[in-house]
Design a protein around this ligand. Structure first.
Ligand code: GLN
Length: 446
């Protein structure tokens, strides 16, 4: 049924770069066989899942929506792909994204644009726009994305679905093509908080292949949510409701806050004033790490290789000039600049200091509250092409989401009403490893 739905709508939505029909039917048949034989089934047995195209899948092309990896078929599975298989899930394909996960609209993909299923003239958000759109269009009930500065939560908000960025270290990054390794996390998209918990439980946990994977037991969340918010202290940080956040978006989010108060939660003011440093901090750290991570794409080992070269240097230069798109090049140049000798202290080092400031403020805020409630995106879905001319305007779309990655915290975005027919997303931010608390708050809103 889901493959039929993909065939019927994906020409218009454009969520998928690859549909793995044959493999999906084979995996589904295997689950049927297990069911018939009375063998034990995994928690996601037979459930179709879409996977963002920066997550390595053995034998299935993994492009990061870049010309650089247009021909790359990984010889191994990412840990999350392994875990999906173990849980009995059926991967149906790989989803479109901004090139190397750099962007907020899915428009920097080398291959195509994805359209927002709620209004096909609008962007789905990004960078995991394909995964969000696939869930919103009913092509799959579950999808995986990655979130370095908002790439799960912002498209979830713009498409009207649920998206969770887990605590840094909760989910293995092994096999995720690295963008900014100290910020990247893989996480779930779904239609409800309960479904989000099911997919989170399937992918989380310690992995010896990822040195940043957390050494701790993570209790199952699925089946524990009751949506009870009695006594829950919800922090409202003024810094997230300032200029630049659309009034209609603010109103929807604050109305929801008052409804939660009616249900027994307590609203408390918290101060997160260093939020004003979050965007510059993020774009310095993320670009610095990206410039280093993307050095591996040299036209030699794998991926795109230019046809025009006469020595090693021109092989590197031309492969990278032809293989990367404009946004990726911009980030590599910014990142190389902020790491260069003479500028390192002024930019990179300073960004590490403001990162500490931001972390400290969250710690203090969580002394006074249990979750923090903010809008996910300052605006609802914008028109395709509307923001591509000015990169800074595109970066501003991330103001509510990037501080969470800088602090390594978990956060979930879920729909709360509409403005002019387009979904509004709200975000609950939690303490480290308190995914259950924020998903339970999300359930209360549903
Ligand atoms: N939009 C942000 C950026 O362009 C976040 C991307 C992400 O989370 N992968 O960097």
């Amino acid at each position: 049924a889901h493959l039929a739905r993909i065939e019927a709508v994906d020409e218009r939505v454009g969520a998928f770069l690859t549909v793995t029909k044959e493999e999906a039917l084979a995996r589904a048949a295997e689950q049927d066989r297990k069911l018939a034989a009375g063998e034990p089934l995994g928690a996601l047995s037979g459930v179709p899942v879409a996977v963002k195209d920066n997550i390595c899948t053995k034998g299935v092309r993994t492009t990061c929506a870049s010309k650089m990896l247009h021909n790359f078929t990984p010889p191994y599975d990412a840990t999350v792909a392994d875990k999906l298989r173990e849980a009995g899930a059926v991967m149906v394909g790989k989803t479109n994204m901004d090139e190397f996960a750099m962007g907020s609209s899915c428009e920097t993909s080398h291959f195509k644009k994805t359209h927002n299923p709620r209004d096909l003239e609008c962007v789905p958000g990004g960078s995991s726009g394909g995964s969000a759109a696939a869930v919103a269009a009913g092509e799959v009930p579950l999808a995986l994305g990655s979130d370095t500065g908002g790439s799960i939560r912002q498209p979830a908000a713009l498409c009207g679905v649920v998206g969770l960025k887990p605590t840094y270290g909760a989910v293995s990054r092994y096999g995720l093509v690295a963008f900014a390794s100290s910020l990247d996390q893989i996480g779930p998209f779904a239609r409800t908080a309960d479904d989000t918990a099911l997919l989170l439980d399937a992918i989380k946990g310690r992995d010896t292949h990822d040195a940043t994977s957390a050494h701790r037991e993570q209790a199952p969340v699925a089946g524990t949510l009751d949506g009870n918010v009695k006594g829950l202290r919800i922090g409202i940080p003024q810094a997230y409701y300032g200029d630049g956040v659309d009034d209609a978006v603010k109103t929807q989010v604050l109305d929801t806050a008052r409804a939660l108060e009616q249900a027994g939660a307590a609203l408390v003011d918290v101060s997160l004033s260093s939020t004003r440093y979050a965007l510059p901090t993020y774009y310095i750290l993320a670009c610095a790490e990206a410039s280093s991570n993307l050095a591996r794409f040299d036209g030699v080992k794998y991926g795109y290789r230019t046809e025009h070269y006469d020595d090693l240097l021109s092989l590197y230069e031309n492969s990278r000039s032809e293989g990367f798109g404009d946004e990726v090049k911009r980030r590599i140049m910014l990142g190389t600049f902020v790491l260069s000798s003479g500028y390192y202290d002024a930019y990179y080092h300073k960004a590490k200091l403001t990162q500490n400031l931001i972390r400290g403020e969250y710690d203090a805020a969580f002394g006074a509250c249990d979750v923090i409630l903010t809008p996910t995106s300052p605006v609802t879905a914008f028109k395709i092409g509307e923001r591509t001319a000015d990169p800074l305007q595109m970066y501003a779309a991330d103001i509510c989401t990037v501080p969470v990655n800088i602090a390594g915290l978990p956060a979930v975005s879920l729909p709360c009403g509409e403005v002019d027919g387009l979904p509004v997303g709200l975000q609950f931010i939690g303490r480290k490893f308190e995914e259950r608390t924020i998903l339970n708050a999300a359930k209360a809103v549903e």
